[in-house]
Design a binder for this molecule. Structure first.
Ligand code: KG4
Ligand code: ZN
Length: 329
């Protein structure tokens, strides 16, 4: 079966073609550059870019997969959560294709799709239950996944999302946007314990806004005495990342242990972070495995949407009505 996936929840316009779980193409154009000067995503710019790019991205994805539109059997598109205007572009495009081609359409929750990333290309065997950790720019959520149509939220951030706090910290240090990859590259293991920062935690809920404030206050306090040199900046950022990674890893591991779950599946843009990936892998032991998606499938992309769409359709012939609404949250 050939599946077309469409993802437009944030700044990435992405289309993918899968043959069952095999990715034939996964094409993404991001409007990130246009947002950079504003230090964050501007919804109107993202929406306009999706409108301009979606047809082009679809054609490149079909071309790379060597397939014509008529051969597609199922269309899966993100309908939540995300920027409402951005979601509407991809969702309506998918509905129009479904209507014109007379092929079933399924709306996908893209947070759940992030958890499908390790299973693409049959890389890992799909077995339930597992503990799902979505760590992205908009969300930080931990689920008990009994199946992809039966997820139970067991923990989440109480304020900023993990990626959001990376972005805000980088902005406060004047380092640019998005902050995650910048702080990832700046991280020096030798400096990670120079300052003591901590993230908030209650049960399996996390809080990242306190560490952001503590770090920024520390920076201001030190700058009152002297201009921060490069090494001190790297020490602050490395200690910040140490605290964030420590909190995410410990929470996920504790949750898996308490729920007696043997597999942890991770997804979302922050899972591209090299230090977080290293620490998650190091945490593996005889009791549980950690499944980390290949780098290319960690951030928002249409292959994960198509993969989950196929899974749900294959399982129960799940479909969505053509009046399915886009939902921001
Ligand atoms: O999943 P994603 O592409 O979009 C959302 O659904 O939010 O995640 C984007 C977020 C941004 O906040 C970005 O700073 C963060 O992922 N990110 C990273 C890294 N690469 C992207 N955070 C930490 N380390 C990275 N290497
Ligand atoms: Zn995402």
């Amino acid at each position: 079966m050939y599946i077309l996936g469409i993802e437009t929840s944030c700044d990435e316009t992405s289309c993918a073609v899968l043959k069952d779980y095999q990715v034939l193409s996964n094409i993404t154009i991001s409007s990130l550059k246009e947002h950079k000067k504003y230090g964050g995503i501007v919804p109107e710019i993202a929406t306009r870019a999706h409108l301009e790019n979606i047809e082009k991205v679809l054609n490149v994805a079909l071309g790379e997969a060597h397939i014509s539109l008529e051969k597609i059997h199922l269309i899966a598109a993100t309908h939540r959560p995300g920027l409402i205007g951005a979601l509407v572009v991809g969702l309506n495009f998918a509905k129009a294709l479904s209507l014109a081609l007379k092929k079933p359409f399924i709306g996908i929750n893209h947070l759940h799709a992030h958890l499908f990333a390790p299973f693409l290309n049959y890389k890992e065997k799909l077995e339930f239950p597992f503990l799902g950790a979505v760590v992205s720019g908009g969300h930080t959520e931990i689920y008990r996944v009994n199946d992809f149509d039966s997820l139970k939220l067991i923990g989440q951030t109480r304020d900023d999302a993990c990626g959001e706090v990376y972005d805000k910290v980088a902005r406060a240090f004047g380092l640019g946007y998005p902050g995650g990859p910048i702080i990832d590259r700046a991280f020096k293991p030798a400096y990670k314990d120079d300052f003591k920062f901590r993230c908030g935690r209650s049960g399996f809920d996390l809080s990242f806004s306190g560490i952001k404030t503590a770090l920024i206050y520390k920076k201001i306090e030190m700058e009152k005495k002297t201009k921060l040199d490069r090494n001190t900046t790297l020490k602050l950022l490395s200690s910040f990342q140490e605290a964030v990674v420590e909190a995410v890893v410990n929470t996920v591991i504790d949750a898996a242990q308490e729920l007696k779950i043997k597999r942890i599946v991770c997804g979302g843009g922050v899972i591209a972070n090299s230090y977080l990936r290293q620490r998650l892998k190091e945490a593996e032991n005889d009791n549980f495995r950690v499944l980390i998606p290949p780098f290319e499938y960690a951030p928002d992309n249409a292959a994960i949407v198509a993969g989950l769409g196929f899974y749900l359709y294959n399982k129960s012939r799940a479909k969505s009505p053509l009046d399915l609404k886009a939902e921001a949250n």
